[in-house]
Design a protein around this ligand. Structure first.
Ligand code: SF4
Length: 443
């Protein structure tokens, strides 16, 4: 976590349902780059999740608010007692904001208002648009912090330190609580999801009394039991990733892998010091698709990395064509201060970077469009994200689309706007463009 990350103190009182709310708020805070402060003094703002069930709980909650005000001064109140805003304001007129139970979006809006999130494109795991609140039906599940690699273009390890995995019991409890609270899709995030548990030597932990190892495979199996969509982000192609593919083929977790390949030329990958760069990824991708033909692969790339020659760039284009990736993002290299890559070779001039970026994106768009064309006529289940009344469509996603970064499935036709966000719907794909699909609802 960045040293300058804004810090939020958190006091949680009350019943297990309030705890679910607290965990959701805490997950969202961490996802958006806030640190959770263990002390009042360090916190930029304090959230008190209250209980108002019986008189003694009301008093305990009012006391907790009073303590947070005395120690810190900036307090946001949420939870059951929030329904009685008058009682709270009478006792503590200076609280910044009062929200009721299960109002985590309002709490996050209040946190944004009083302590804005810091957005850093090189540090944040969520996309820039991710500052927008996660709708209730999907949630990010952060399984670790930091990273053991030292990619030459990246300064995350120097800011956040080496990999620190959360024990699997804690990850699974949070995932289970999110599922119980109505979340339909969990997005597993970290800096390096396939390395999960390495730092803990895959330590045995417990989830609901059941022993589980803190390891990617066991985590995926356990998450697959929750009955929600589970999507893996930031996976590196280590050999053990092969073991996850059958879980996808069996429908336990989504057939979706977000692997930030970053390049396709072995010499550039070596200069980048990318994890698992020596693996023969093209052969692996081919094998994965044989086992799980539904597999969607998304990735990001850097073009114009220092020293990148035209031949190396061409290797990347050839690699991409062969890999036939579904979803691709690309950034021209940008010299982050403190990154080793800035010293290892001459920078690629900006105009060449831009030209390569355009050539790369053109090819990526062609591949994406061709892959989406093949989906026309197919029936599939999609998850509704929102209703666009103005255009008379429901905006949904298929298993192949992560929120914010991938495409959408637009459900058209009568009744589309009567659908609800968070609803699973069966549709038939009627059309496709470069990045999105269009569909009609099946009876
Ligand atoms: S894997 Fe590389 S790019 Fe990703 S956080 Fe670690 S050092 Fe940075």
């Amino acid at each position: 976590m960045s040293r300058s990350a804004p810090k939020v103190g958190f006091v949680s009182l009350g019943c297990p349902k309030a705890l679910v709310d607290s965990e959701r708020i805490l997950t969202q805070l961490r996802t958006e780059g806030y640190e959770v402060s263990a002390s009042y003094e360090d916190a930029d703002v304090v959230v008190v999740n209250t209980c108002g069930f019986i008189d003694s709980a009301v008093q305990e909650s009012l006391d907790a608010i009073g303590e947070a005000l005395a120690e810190n001064g900036k307090v946001i109140v949420t939870g059951c007692l929030g329904k009685r805003e008058d009682t709270i304001r009478e006792a503590h007129p200076s609280v910044l904001k009062v929200t009721g139970p299960h109002a985590y979006e309002e709490v996050m809006t209040a946190v944004h208002e009083f302590v804005p999130p810091k957005h850093d494109p090189f540090m944040d795991l969520v996309p820039p648009q991710g500052i927008r609140l996660t709708p209730k039906h999907y949630a990010y599940l952060k399984i670790s912090e930091g990273c053991n690699h030292r990619c030459t273009f990246c300064i995350i390890p120097s800011m956040r330190g080496d990999l620190v995995s959360r024990p699997i019991g804690s990850v699974m409890t949070e995932a289970e609580n999110l599922a119980k609270a109505g979340v339909k899709e969990l997005l597993v995030i970290s800096q390096d999801t396939s390395a999960y548990g390495v730092d803990l030597k895959y330590k045995l932990d417990f989830w609901g009394g059941r022993p589980l190892k803190t390891r990617m495979m066991e985590m995926c199996e356990a998450l697959g039991e929750l009955g929600v969509w589970v999507r893996l982000h930031y996976v590196y192609p280590y050999p053990h990733v092969d073991d996850i593919i059958p879980l996808m083929a069996q429908g336990k977790i989504l057939p979706y892998l977000d692997i930030p390949f970053q390049h396709g030329s072995p010499s550039v990958l070596a200069r980048m010091k990318r994890p698992a760069h020596a693996e023969n990824t093209l052969a692996r991708i081919k094998k994965w698709r044989e086992i799980c033909p539904e597999l969607t692969i998304r990735s990001t790339f850097i073009v114009g990395f220092p020293g990148e020659t035209e031949a190396e760039f061409q290797e990347l284009l050839d690699w991409l064509k062969e890999a036939d990736l579904d979803r691709v993002g690309c950034f021209p290299y940008s010299p982050v201060e403190g990154a080793k890559a800035n010293e290892i070779a001459d920078p690629v001039p900006e105009d060449i970077q831009q030209e390569r970026y355009e050539r790369f994106m053109k090819l990526a768009a062609e591949i994406s469009a061709a892959r989406l064309q093949k989906k026309i006529g197919r029936e599939m289940t999609v998850l509704v994200d929102e209703i666009d009344e103005e255009n008379g469509v429901a905006v949904a996603r298929s298993m192949a689309d992560a929120p914010e970064i991938d495409g959408n499935v637009f459900i058209e036709g009568e009744g589309a706007t009567l659908l609800k966000a968070g609803e699973f719907v069966k549709v038939r794909i009627t059309d496709a463009d470069e990045y999105d699909l269009y569909a009609e609802r099946l009876a």
